[in-house]
Design a protein around this ligand. Structure first.
Ligand SMILES: Nc1ncnc2c1ncn2[C@@H]1O[C@H](COP(=O)(O)OP(=O)(O)OP(=O)(O)O)[C@@H](O)[C@H]1O
Ligand SMILES: [Mg+2]
Length: 431
């Protein structure tokens, strides 16, 4: 077990390109931290520097309070799980799991090795497959073998680089819960790289968002979603993504592409003396006006929208509404779209309506939204002007309490298991 501290970490590859540019991050002992960001933002580079597969150009890396910049990977006692599992095809599952133990010749007796294999196999429900070869296993089983290899080493931390990206959606979901459960049970510090924001939001205690080698924000999933620092984080976190549109301000009123509305005080304060801002509204901030209860209607505004396409998904209905953007914010939004690896569809907004809505393709319909929910971004720098620091602090506090509680629960369970009780039933119930 160990804390991992990154201080001003820089990585310049041979051609001088700064793949990671001054990243500082404190990862607590037992914490599960996700590194997320678009392709090429430096996630793998950062992970490979932590594990020692890549030299650190500048800055300090500490594991358990000790500077390890110059230590070889084998002396850092970290276990890395790759996307392609790196299993040995000619070895059985048992021997694949035992591999790191056998590397240290003489360090463990044969009995110890067998006991460790058995324990890891039980944790990962691989006991029935120990004599099989990797080629005969499903993707999820292979993944678990790779994790077994990490477990037996009793490493100080687990490092994962997109471990699930080769799996189909269903298995990915299963493995996601499995990894989360295992991390809680073992209480091992974990750094997990992904560009899948569902994984980022569901797995981590905290999520670190990277853009072009620079850290944008590190926070709990909820704080990222509700209190993003800037346009980039707001646009990256959430699916379907947040809608961005121009907001022209005059006389306490804000004009959005779909109408002019009175600004609530909080919004007016955030806008200040700007005459043009970028407004963010998440799809779920809209509703089909026909389905909004009378009592709630007065808390928001309604407007008519020409719906282009609808997608009915059972639990909700997405409707796409095209709009004209403002030339003064178009460049900023295009730049944002490029940064986000976007599909270039920022001139329509997406509303997520109740699935009972009868809105269909080509309809003109009345939509409802609550202007209090608007996020206001500076049109030049892109920072979120509506960010509420008290709320951020509250969310951080809550998140830290939750993390400590779940870690304590994990330790209690582990102690109970040592005492002869098994929590195997609990494990099986979820899988
Ligand atoms: N060996 C290398 N030599 C030179 N540049 C490299 C090397 N490896 C990576 N880079 C560059 O460093 C940047 C970060 O790469 P990295 O692999 O860390 O990105 P990533 O966030 O993991 O992306 P992905 O989601 O596509 O895996 C990229 O611009 C990439 O071109
Ligand atoms: Mg990568």
């Amino acid at each position: 077990m160990a804390a991992i501290t990154l201080k001003d970490i820089v990585k310049k590859y041979g051609d001088g390109f700064p793949a990671v540019n001054g990243v500082s991050l404190d990862i607590a002992d037992g914490e599960f931290v996700i590194l997320v960001g678009p392709s090429g933002c430096g996630k793998s580079t950062l992970l490979r520097m932590i594990v020692g597969l890549e030299d650190i150009t500048d800055g300090d890396l500490e594991i358990g309070g000790v500077r390890v910049n110059e230590k070889a990977p084998k002396d850092r006692n970290l276990a890395m799980v790759f996307q392609n599992y790196a299993l040995y095809p000619h070895l059985t599952v048992a021997e694949n799991i035992a591999f790191p133990l056998r590397l240290h010749k003489g360090a463990f007796t044969e009995d110890e090795i067998q006991a460790k294999i058995a324990h890891a196999a039980e944790t990962l429900e691989l006991t029935d497959h120990l004599d099989r070869k990797p080629a005969n296993l499903s993707g999820g089983q292979r993944q678990r073998v790779a994790m077994g290899r990490a477990i037996v080493r009793e490493a100080d931390a687990f490092l994962f680089d997109e471990p699930l990206s080769n799996l189909d959606a269903k298995l990915r979901g299963q493995m996601r819960t499995e990894i989360a459960r295992m991390q809680r049970r073992l209480g091992t510090t974990t750094v997990y790289v992904t560009h899948d924001q569902t994984e980022a939001m569901t797995l981590g205690d905290r999520v670190a968002v990277l853009r072009k080698g620079e850290l944008q924000q590190v926070a709990s999933p909820r704080a990222l979603y509700e209190q993003p620092v800037n346009l980039f984080v707001a646009g990256f976190i959430g699916s379907p993504p947040m809608n961005f549109m121009p907001g022209e301000v005059a006389d306490g009123q804000i004009t959005l592409p779909f109408g002019t509305f009175t600004m609530p005080d909080r919004i007016a304060q955030a806008v200040g003396d700007r005459s043009l801002v970028i407004v963010g509204l998440r799809p779920e901030h809209f509703e089909d006006a026909a389905l909004v209860e009378e009592s709630k209607k007065g808390t928001g505004e309604t407007f008519d929208a020409d719906v282009d396409v609808t997608e009915w998904l059972g639990s909700e209905l997405y409707a796409y509404v095209p709009f004209q953007t403002h030339p003064d914010v178009a460049a900023k939004l295009e730049e944002l779209d490029r940064d986000l690896d976007g599909e270039g569809m920022r001139t329509q907004f997406i509303v997520g309506l109740d699935s009972a809505s009868r809105v269909r393709d080509g309809d003109t319909t009345t939509l409802w939204f609550n202007p209090e929910k608007m996020l206001i971004f500076d049109p030049e720098g892109g920072e979120n002007l509506t960010r509420d620091l008290d709320e951020v602090a509250r969310l951080d506090r809550e998140n830290e309490e939750d993390r400590k509680a779940s870690l304590a629960r994990a330790h209690r369970n582990a102690a109970a298991a040592e005492g002869g009780q098994t929590d195997g039933g609990q494990l099986k119930a979820v899988s």
